[in-house]
Design a protein around this ligand. Structure first.
Ligand code: G3P
Length: 214
């Protein structure tokens, strides 16, 4: 399973990379808006720090403009993957960018039918948002399961990035059904480490070590 960090915060990205478990980064306009500094400089620095794909979202809405924006963004670094919202224009742009060998990630995916179209258009990645489905009382992980089955049925090459992850159980459930990639907010990555019995165990060992004659 690959772990991407779902953030544009360089401190979080540097720390995650230092753990040695980060395979890529995903950003979106909301995440970028939380950071200080110029957009291009932030992306350039993220790409310097991370040895893997870095998704950057196009904000144009017509297919021709998305393609032009994608071409410009892809010049920032070879790591850049163009994140494109799931619309008709988005799908047309994915096809054109695919022909230009520019990598794409179709985002804001909420249904199996959207996932079929993204794969047919040649998307390298898709990002189904499971947390936002859970928020409206729909099981987001069922969507991931369905998409994985459909992609396997037809050997589609598009890779599923489980997105909108809210807690560690999402990651464990994604791993149990074989999702290839999860994109994780840094606070959730930190939660993967913690267990109260680990802390109790460490304290006990350190206390007992004091009694050992050296
Ligand atoms: O990459 C975008 C996605 O992960 C959004 O998550 O928490 O805003 O639904 P969230």
């Amino acid at each position: 399973m690959k772990i991407f960090l779902d953030t544009a915060n360089l401190n979080e990205i540097r720390e995650g990379v230092a753990w040695g478990v980060v395979d890529g980064v995903t950003t979106n306009p909301t995440l970028i808006s939380k950071e200080e500094g110029k957009f291009e400089k932030i992306i350039k620095e993220i790409c310097r720090v991370v040895n893997g794909p870095v998704s950057v979202e196009a904000v144009s809405t017509s297919s021709d403009e998305i393609v032009e924006e994608g071409k410009e963004l892809s010049k920032i670094s070879p790591n850049v993957v163009i994140k494109i919202p799931m619309t008709v224009d988005g799908i047309k742009a994915v096809k054109k960018l695919n022909d230009l060998k520019i990598k794409t990630n179709v985002t804001l995916v909420f249904s199996p039918s959207q996932a079929i179209l993204a794969a047919k258009a040649g998307a390298d990645y898709i990002s189904p948002f499971i947390g936002r489905l859970d928020d409206i009382s729909t099981d987001g992980m069922n969507l991931i399961e369905d998409i994985l089955t459909m992609y396997e049925n037809y050997s589609f090459k598009t890779q599923v990035i489980v997105a909108s992850i809210r807690h560690p159980v999402h990651i464990v459930e994604a791993a149990l059904i074989g999702a290839p990639i999860v994109t994780v907010p840094f606070p959730v990555l930190e939660k993967l480490v913690r267990h109260p019995l680990t802390d109790i165990g460490i304290n006990k060992f350190l206390e007992d070590w004091k009694k050992v004659r050296k």
